[in-house]
Design a protein around this ligand. Structure first.
Ligand SMILES: C[S@@+](CC[C@H](N)C(=O)[O-])C[C@H]1O[C@@H](n2cnc3c(N)ncnc32)[C@H](O)[C@@H]1O
Length: 286
């Protein structure tokens, strides 16, 4: 959807009444998201119904004073608790029914925007971002996020394996490696599939990504570093040290670097941490 096809609704003061009253047949500890079970499968509408998880998402952005943007807001399971922080909040959602519904119940500090999160134009000032990511859009959403400059913290719900890999738990991926000098990802917790309606086939994870206040490399070196990371990540060799030597680094430098960063002889590219990657890059461009 192009920008000029997006539409924004400022919640009016007449829409300040609660969305609905709690339903009597709801499971304890779950939030009311209206006509359960969930919505259209094609839009990845696995709605969050676990109050503890929703509270945790809110807590993860509660400290800051920046405006908030929520992508994939759905019917507002996270939007409404977030709105109680009292900060300006833009809720972006593609499904017109959900947009209409949220626009009717959201308080005055919330702007509901009907747009595609892969094209939505974010605020130019700093903000924090929250997204219960539609599972089928995980990779494009992550790729897009890393190219946007305004957000400072992103709190994301993704499939469990994705959250683990992006946070470099038990091995990482090239995408994380390529953005590590500028972003610090961490895994907050595992979210059981039962926290969503309809229930997805796999568990999810709560992933927090902070833009580093002090990046490990200047932005002007982003392309060179990312090329280096891709070449090494996909490089040939019986271990990382050999890959680096084949890449043109001096063997003695690689040994010293390995000692400094605790990199064993059998370590592979997905085993390294951010500091080791930056150290190797510095050797390569020295
Ligand atoms: C996993 S649900 C999350 C809904 C809500 N935030 C929650 O946690 O219950 C994903 C939401 O993203 C919406 N969605 C799917 N594709 C989208 C897109 N390209 N742009 C904006 N929203 C999209 C779906 O309609 C759905 O409401």
């Amino acid at each position: 959807m192009s920008r000029n096809r997006s539409s924004r609704t400022h919640a009016s003061s007449t829409a300040r009444t609660p969305a609905r009253t709690a339903s009597a047949d709801r499971a304890p500890g779950t939030a009311d998201v209206g006509h359960l079970p969930g919505g259209a499968h094609e839009l990845g509408q696995n709605l969050l119904v676990d109050r503890q998880v929703i509270d945790r998402v809110v807590t993860l952005v509660a400290d800051g004073d920046r405006p908030l943007v929520e992508w994939a807001a759905g019917r507002g399971a996270v939007t409404l608790p977030l709105a109680r922080l009292g900060r300006p909040l833009e809720a972006v959602e593609i499904d017109p029914r959900s947009v209409g519904r949220l626009g009717r119940v959201a308080p005055g500090n919330v702007t509901v925007t009907r747009d595609d999160i892969l094209r939505h134009a974010p605020p130019s000032a700093h903000y924090d971002l929250v997204c219960n990511v539609p599972f089928h859009l995980t990779t494009p959403v992550l790729r897009r996020l890393f190219t946007l400059t305004g957000w400072q913290r992103a709190v994301l719900i993704t499939q469990w394996e994705v959250a683990r890999k992006r946070a470099a738990v038990g091995g990482t991926t090239l995408l994380t490696v390529q953005w590590w000098p500028w972003f610090a990802p961490r895994l907050d917790r595992r979210i059981p599939a039962g926290a969503f309606r309809p229930r997805p086939s796999v568990d999810a994870g709560l992933l927090v990504i902070d833009r580093r206040a002090d990046p490990l490399l200047p932005v002007r070196e982003q392309r060179a570093y990312q090329r280096f990371a891709a070449a090494v990540f996909n490089g040939r060799g019986r271990g990382l040290q050999e890959i680096l030597v084949r890449h043109g680094l001096a063997r003695g430098d690689v040994r010293r670097w390995a000692r400094e960063h605790g990199v064993g002889p059998s370590a592979l590219p997905h085993d390294l941490d951010a500091g080791a990657w930056v150290g190797a890059y510095r050797l390569a461009v020295r």
